[in-house]
Design a binder for this molecule. Structure first.
Ligand SMILES: [Zn+2]
Length: 79
């Protein structure tokens, strides 16, 4: 499954003209490099499948320079 996903991403990437893409920059410092990090979402006991409060890690990209996470990158993970 992991391998198939990777191939799909590479396949899509090869079909995209890089000049038609827009670079993503940090909203705060204009940084252009990002690192993958985790945000935690808290699930209240009311909606949790286990009936207990729990934390779910969500992978996001944070600015490598200042650590800021752009709002658009957070939304992308939640939709
Ligand atoms: Zn930044």
């Amino acid at each position: 499954m992991e391998e198939a996903m990777k191939r799909k991403v590479e396949e899509v990437a090869s079909q995209v003209d890089i000049s038609q893409t827009t670079p993503v920059t940090c909203e705060k410092c204009d940084g252009k490099t990002f690192k993958q990090t985790l945000m935690l979402r808290k699930v209240s006991s009311i909606v949790s499948p286990t009936g207990q409060e729990m934390l779910i890690p969500v992978a996001v990209f944070a600015c490598e320079s200042c650590g800021h996470v752009n709002a658009e990158l957070v939304d992308a993970e939640l939709t």
